[in-house]
Structure formats: C-alpha cells, structure tokens
Write a protein that binds this ligand. Sequence first.
Ligand code: GLA
Length: 391
Amino acid sequence: MEKSLSLVFEEIHNSHPEVASSAPGRINIIGEHTDYNQGYVLPAAINLRSYFFLSKRTDEKVCIWTENFRIRELFSLQKISFSKQNKWINYVKGIFWTLQEEGFELPGINGLIWGDIPLEAGLSSSAALEVSIIQGLNTLFELGLGPQRMAELARKTENDFVGVECGIMDQFVSFFGEKNKAVFLDCESLQYELVPVHLEKEDLRIFVFESGVRRELASSEYNRRRHESFQALELLKKYGIKSYKQATLGLVEERKNEMDEALFKRARHVVSENARVKQAVEAIRKDDFRLLGELIFRSHESLRDDYEVSCPELDLLYESGREFPGCFGARLTGAGFGGSGIALVKQERLAAFREKLLEEASKRRFPRPEFYEVEIGKGAKAYFLNKEGKG
Ligand code: GLA
C-alpha cells in the first residue's frame, strides 16, 4: 500500500515523497460526551487509517492531491482561508494555520492523502486526517513536538479553524492507541493507561453499524449539550466539587430541584457515564465481556434518555442487540444524532445479526444501514522514506 501511494505521489508531483505518516480512526468502547466534560473515556484505535505522504517546497505553497476524491488543491501559506467548497482541505489548512499561530514558519509542501476510514461514519476520519498531517509535518521539518502536544494542536485546529467544539478523545487515541489495547484516558489530566482487550477469549468481534442518517444537527446540538452540561456543573460546584469526576449520582439527585429537567439529565448522564467507564475497565481486565456489554447497553440508554442524542435508527441497533443472542452489547457511538453505533457480537452470529438489522430497518422504513467489522489497531506513526519509497 505505502509503496503504491509513493508511486502515485511521484506521478502527481514529479518528485519523491520524503516522509510517510499515517494515523488510525477510532471506536469508542464507552465514555460518550465525557471528554469535554473533563471525564473518562475508553476508546481504541482501529485498523483503518489515513495516510499522508509529503515533501518540501520552498515557495510557501501547499499542493495536495487526495487520492480518494482525485482532486488537487493549492493554497498559499501567506493567507490561509477557510474553504466553503472543499470540506476536507480545511483539515490540512487548519493544521498549517495552527502551527503558524504557534510561531512555526513552514516553507510549503507537496502532499498526498489517502485513507480507508469510511467518511462521516463516526469513526473519526477527520481526527485521523489531522493527526496524520501534523505528525508528517513534525517529522519532515523536525519541529520537535511530542504526541500529546500534537494531539492538543490537532484538537485546537478542529475547535478554532474547522469550528467544531470537540473534546480531545479522537486525536489523543489516534496518537496513543496500540494494537489490541483500549486507551483509558482521564481527559482532565490527560493521564492514560493502555488496557489489553482479549476479545478472542469470547470469540467476539467489533461490529460497526452505520445508520445512514446524516448527522445534520450534530454541530449545533453538540454545542448545545456542551453548554447545558457546563451550566449544570456550575451549579453543582456550589456543593464542593470542582469537576464531574468528583460528583456522585447522589449529589445530582439531591440538587434536582435547583436545575431545570434538561440540565439535571445532562449532569446525570455525565456522572453515570464516568462511573460506567471505570467499571468497563475493570470488566475488561477480568475478561468479563458480559458485564462490559451490559455497561455498553446502559450507556446507550443514558445517551438516549438523559443526554438525548440518539435517534430511532440508532435505537434500532440497541433494541435489536438487547434481544439478539450473541450480541453482548450495542450502543450509539460518537456525537450521536445519526452516524454510527457499535456492537460486540459473537463471530458466528455476525451474519445473522446483520440480517436482523437489515430486516428491522426495512420494516421501519429506515435508510439501509452499512456494516463494518473493525479490529483494534496501532496508533499513528511517521518516518523518512528513501528514494524507493521505503522506510
Ligand atoms: C465527537 C467528538 C468527541 C466526543 C464525542 C462524544 O466524536 O469529536 O470529542 O466529544 O463526539 O463522546
């Protein structure tokens, strides 16, 4: 794969790529809408990646070819502006913009992008793209940035240039993920632990269900949830806590009458989800995948009823999973309001589960869902290539 991308680069740019960089998408096992609430998450990198090949230019221009769309884009580093036509190029522009804000003056590059992460499927293809780019630039120009700093800058790009107020989870796991390990991350301190996941012990597979519902409301409603949960926390802070991690369900219940219903429910989700993440880590350590699955189901219930980010098409995955022997757990993943869900399913029951979901979706006249099976893969990496395009 990397060899043939190198050849495409040569054809397009008439020069050799100097650096190859790649970064994975992710699934989130559990811990949804907790990252920007300074809580716990348990994502894992997957075996689908975004690749970025690059070489230096000296004219302060960036020329990018994307092999997926077969489009070329050229922009100047002297004035980086947001593109309304080409969404994907904003991730590239945004990384350069952020690096300029940090005081780095880069001379320009030729680049090539290719990826096999399905787009807008809730698998963080955009975070993988940002990570592959910042890491490629860091290697080529020897900027000396560590992975945590790069994850923070990639998130800043998404917040301040692309305009999505996301948390740090996706960029962080893209850097720090490892094969067959989940990343248990405290989003406040950014301390993390790698937790080995032995799905093979129960012959389980990670099944991704793409609902086919576009996440139209995603950014406006996402930002609204964020403000609601911040507001609820401000109120709870009067009672001696500094962050959601210190709050108990008891405290939230006691203060119910001081908040409106929506704020109360947002706080209850964040506090209960933080607790589920910690329980999930224990369950994985004991290879107790039944318990892990139950926590995953409960996470969906809380996202549906308390955080109110589900939709009928994602509830279908949960409902079908609840009653299907061989499905240990299922829930929506990512921001919600459409997009995807994940399920833990016995290998020999995968085909039957898929059939059931297709049948149910068609009965309820929902869009036809798509399915992927993913594995827990490696984190981001970048290296110099020789003239033959090898590392
Ligand atoms: C999106 C964001 C993440 C996180 C999830 C919800 O995927 O990019 O930072 O907030 O939603 O858990």
